[in-house]
Design a protein around this ligand. Structure first.
Ligand SMILES: NC(=O)c1ccc[n+]([C@@H]2O[C@H](COP(=O)([O-])OP(=O)(O)OC[C@H]3O[C@@H](n4cnc5c(N)ncnc54)[C@H](O)[C@@H]3O)[C@@H](O)[C@H]2O)c1
Length: 305
């Protein structure tokens, strides 16, 4: 029998890639999103899509007959979260609780949800409202497990990149920002400290490999996993890798930045994820090429301003 899964945040970057993969694997996919940040054209054909807010009671009936829920909906632009703590908590904490409640009421087998590496990026990040919300989400998951027996998997994604990454936001993620500037023939900005500022990146298909593992394997239940490549790249290395796949020799503009705006070095401890049979398979070069092709397509459609 075809299993039904629900993806919250299906019009976003990771959610849309996940939905596409689930459909290919033969799952029936219900998708919800309020389209606050995601866009309808991201939603793969075949998804039973409902435009609805995760904070609304209207989501409850959509969970009927669902085997596993993937909860990826969130307000996640860090500076926007800092500017509006009330809305951040409303969506990321109240909304998340409502998704857990809907899953509980419908007798869902397991809920896999997006936490974040922001929890591990130093004191300043940890005290930011986005990370506070994610820490709280991990506690909510434990609360629902304790009180109602609802199984969860908490996933601390590190820097996820790949096609459909949300390049439209005011501060686009670094890979998209570099590729877009270079395709426009403009100079990208590198901030001082670019050799020391290292981040762990992970390609979206590799993240989806773990999502699929969560569907099939119960040894992941009620645990937290970190998903990264298990190696960090400095901003200079990212820049050089992007420049190589784009085939550009443009030099960056070097600017200074306030120390508090720079995240701590990230390096995912992926040992637990590897121990359950997962490996990040995509090389940085392969992943960047796929993201480049996607962005070239966006230029061709006139979507990049
Ligand atoms: N992309 C990354 O590198 C990364 C890293 C760590 C954690 N995460 C987490 O992973 C999840 C997915 O991230 P993404 O990069 O795909 O983000 P995204 O912004 O592309 O997707 C999030 C989706 O959630 C939807 N959404 C927001 N508020 C909603 C609401 N109230 N009701 C219904 N839908 C709502 C948005 O419209 C959007 O389509 C998020 O929870 C994010 O915090 C992402």
């Amino acid at each position: 029998m075809t299993k039904k899964v629900l993806v919250a945040g299906v019009a976003g970057f990771i959610g849309s890639n996940l939905a596409e993969r689930l459909l290919k694997e033969g799952y029936e996919v219900v998708g919800i999103d309020n389209l606050a940040y995601g866009i309808p054209e991201n939603i793969p054909q075949g998804v039973d899509f409902h435009k609805v807010d995760i904070r609304s009671n209207d989501i409850y009936s959509l969970f009927d007959g669902v085997d596993v829920v993937f909860h990826l909906a969130a307000k996640n632009d860090l500076s926007a979260c800092q500017k509006d703590p009330v809305e951040t908590m409303d969506i990321n904490v109240h909304g998340t609780t409502n998704v857990f409640e809907a899953a509980k009421r419908a007798g869902v087998r397991k809920i896999v949800f997006a936490s974040s590496s922001a929890i591990e990026e130093g004191e300043a990040r940890l005290n930011g409202f986005y990370a506070i919300g994610k820490v709280t989400d991990e506690s909510i998951a434990k609360g629902y497990r304790e009180a109602f027996g609802l199984h969860f998997v908490a996933l601390r994604y590190f820097n996820v990149y790949g096609p459909r990454q949300d390049y439209r936001r005011v501060n686009p993620p670094v890979v998209s920002a570099f590729i877009i500037k270079l395709l426009k023939g403009e100079q990208p900005v590198l901030y001082e400290g670019y050799d020391e500022n290292k981040r762990d990146f992970v390609y979206v298909d590799d993240v989806n490999d773990f999502h699929l593992l969560c569907l099939k394997d119960d040894q992941v239940n009620d645990r937290m996993f970190r998903l990264g490549m298990g190696r960090s790249y400095s901003m200079k290395e990212v820049y050089d890798a992007v420049r190589a796949v784009v085939g550009s020799n443009v030099e960056p503009i070097i600017q200074s930045r306030k120390p508090e705006d720079t995240a701590a070095v990230t390096l995912a401890d992926i040992r637990d994820a590897v121990a359950v049979g997962w490996t990040p398979k995509t090389s940085f070069e392969e992943g960047l090429k796929a993201q480049l092709e996607f962005l070239k397509g966006e230029f061709a459609k006139g979507n990049v301003k």
